[in-house]
Design a binder for this molecule. Structure first.
Ligand SMILES: CSC[C@H]1O[C@@H](n2cnc3c(O)ncnc32)[C@H](O)[C@@H]1O
Ligand SMILES: [Zn+2]
Length: 433
């Protein structure tokens, strides 16, 4: 089995027991075998030895909400409100997507995410077998789900659900377990209640989690009240959505009672600060969610509403905006913000036993940050530097499952230059068709 020995590095483990240590990490196969200040004794035989001097190693980041293929639409429609952006700009363009648009849009996103330090991502889209193929090839880890919009005749609803179930069955556990699957009604405002109930039942049958957009805008909450007589949290709860593992994206507009219910039901919330700001949806009640014991993680949403997929940006925003909103500088401290992008991300997607931390026995998903740059000096607090001063551009190398997937800033298993050229070609065709 292949061994890697990172010698003399600084490790931000994300483990409260020993958050930062200077020392050595040994990887065997896909697992962290050893992590300590002392030299490994005996020295790991036949290991690839990597000089860790000048690098900060930390767990790969976990992006818990996005739509990778929409990277083709980055910059296509800015400065619009959510419903206008979605209905008048995104959906007409997405209606013209072909398989190759899905492939190159996804590849563009995966390349960007890996190169900026994200090793696991949640993706909700259609043509998901293509997304899964790109994930498999890239070496990345993904929790993938065919999102369904139910504003269509019953036979089309059924066909979409069958496709989603087939995908969830076919790909769960593939790529050495790097790929897992879920089921996803797109949102309560795009799926009638009986359709959501069928999706919930299907998730129970297949034993997979559920994911959806929820309470992203005030208008959506009001529409839910007008249509169904209650707010989205109660609506989804009545439909059984929270009776098994569930992850909701956004959750910007919540009452105290809704926060308490999400905590009680163990629902994960993917906080997407950049997308929520850009679409003027609002600012989620992150400190209140955390205080209530809700598992909160971070998502970028798509590059069409962000406009990048650098999770370091979300980490910094999460640390900053809630200080501004609350007037409390301790609202989201740096360490908590970094946890949102790592350990809490792993917890939100039910994988905290294997990813999100550098710890012996856990999967070797980790990133190397080039800390020999002006913005990492002086060496005061490395966690502070990562959150308030770092970015995805500082990521030099990335490993997933013990395999190096980014080397010197370039993807190992994807052709970054080809991806950029194909993405440009696809976008131009979409624009002119
Ligand atoms: C049916 S697959 C995914 C679907 O989601 C749409 N989408 C992208 N970003 C958002 C968002 O912030 N809120 C709601 N829906 C969103 C995307 O256009 C796809 O059609
Ligand atoms: Zn989304």
């Amino acid at each position: 089995m292949k061994r890697i020995w990172i010698k003399d590095g600084t490790f931000v483990t994300m483990d409260d027991a020993r958050p930062v240590l200077k020392g050595h990490m040994v990887i065997e196969g896909d697992t962290i075998l050893y992590l300590d200040e002392a030299l490994p004794e005996p020295a790991p035989e036949g290991a690839e030895v990597i000089d860790g001097n000048g690098f900060v190693y930390m767990p790969g980041l976990i992006n818990t909400h996005g739509h990778a293929a929409m990277s083709l639409l980055r910059g296509y429609s800015d400065d619009e409100a959510l419903q206008v952006w979605l209905e008048q700009k995104m959906w007409p363009m997405e209606g013209k997507y072909t398989d190759e648009d899905a492939r190159w849009g996804t590849a563009l996103a995966v390349s960007e995410m890996l190169r900026s330090g994200t090793t696991t991502f949640v993706d909700m889209y259609d043509r998901m077998h293509i997304v899964a193929e790109v994930v498999e090839q890239s070496g990345m880890r993904g929790l993938l789900t065919r999102g369904v919009i139910g504003l269509c005749p019953p036979d089309v609803q059924t066909a979409k659900l069958n496709e989603a179930k087939q995908f969830a069955r076919d790909w769960n556990g593939r790529a050495n377990g790097r790929i897992r699957t879920m089921l996803s009604p797109h949102a309560p405002y795009t799926c009638p209640p009986d359709y959501i109930a069928r999706i919930v039942e299907a998730a129970q049958e297949l034993n997979v989690p559920l994911h959806t957009h929820m309470s992203e805008s005030a208008a959506e909450v009001q529409q839910n009240i007008d249509d169904y007589g209650c707010r989205p949290v109660e609506h989804l709860d009545k439909l059984g959505f929270f009776s098994g593992p569930a992850l909701v994206a956004h959750a910007v507009h919540l009452t105290d009672d809704e926060i308490a219910l999400l905590a009680e039901r163990g629902v994960g919330v993917s906080h997407n600060p950049a997308s929520n700001l850009k679409l003027a949806s609002g600012i989620a009640r992150l400190p209140d969610l955390l205080k209530a014991g809700v598992t909160v993680s971070l998502g970028t949403d798509s590059a069409a509403s962000n406009n990048n997929l650098d999770l370091f940006d979300e980490i910094r925003l999460a640390a900053l905006i809630h200080k501004g909103v609350s007037g409390d500088p301790t609202a989201v401290p740096a360490w908590e913000a970094l946890k949102l992008g790592t350990v809490y991300g792993a917890r939100a997607i039910w994988q905290e036993e294997r990813i999100g931390m550098l710890k012996e026995g856990m999967k070797a998903d980790f990133i190397a940050i080039d800390a020999e740059q002006p913005h990492f000096y002086p060496r005061t607090e490395i966690v502070s530097h990562l959150v308030y001063s770092g970015s995805g551009r500082d990521v030099k190398h990335v490993w997933v499952d013990g395999v190096q997937v980014v080397k010197n800033g370039a993807c190992v298993f994807l052709d970054d230059a080809q991806i950029r050229a194909e993405a440009q070609r696809c976008f131009e065709r979409l624009l002119s068709s």
